[in-house]
Design a protein. Sequence first.
Length: 298
Amino acid sequence: NMAASLGPSSRRKREKGSGHDGTGTTLYVDRRKSKVWNYYTKLGDAYVECNVCKKQLSFHNSTTTMREHLVRKHSIRDTLLSQLKDDQTSESDYAAPETVAKRSRQTPPESSLCHAASCSEPRTDVILELVLEMIFRDLHPLSVVKDKGFGLLVGYLEPSFTLPSPVQLSSMLWHRYNVVKQHLERYLQTAQAIVVCVEFWASRLGQTYLTITANFIDGEWRRARCLMETQQAHRDKAEGNLGEKLYAVLSEFGLSSKSVFCVMHDSLQHAAASAQQLKAAYGWASLCCAAHTLHLCI
């Protein structure tokens, strides 16, 4: 446990790679003794990047700000981070390997990094949340937890962790979806008027989808673009009952038809086909995307 016995001044020198022979000493001493580094990537000497949200923070040889960011933004509690505090004891800049090994043997088990059993449960929760985060951020299939290579990787990094089944992940994803949806509902309620954008698009396999987004200016004068729903659709059938689809989506988020300022279509054909029906049934004006119209002109 060599890194655990080195003082702050020694760690700083070793981070700069100033060994006796002029070569980087990080080859045999882990400068990132604190487990908080499991969630960050170092960018030069003055900045670090959070691996969860990609936010960049200033770094001045202290992990205090990094720990506070994990607790405040990602709910990685102090019960896990209590072991992440840097060792504040002062020692000589370059302790001999024999002395380090001796001090390591004399360290009581209570203060050793090996005493991680008490934190196994919160750490397991964090790893589970990060696996879920990886799946929905990077659009991995739920079956990734059954892939042998991924299992080997996780097993090597955390031998005591058991990967969840796809069914468990599905349940967790639906829970996360419902939580985010509730936040979105409250956010949409603050809008005085909403522009509903209707867009048809095709996947690489030729399947047609319909995406419905809400666009508005929020209370802090920021432009908001909120994805409400994406569903498989057939252009011919979807155009006929477009008003019903939009009304159903608005109702699902607790919005009335009066909150819609206008409906934005992605082509002149769709706007012309649905304009009269939307105006008569719901009182919604229809507009065509200006960028798409300009593209057609060109």
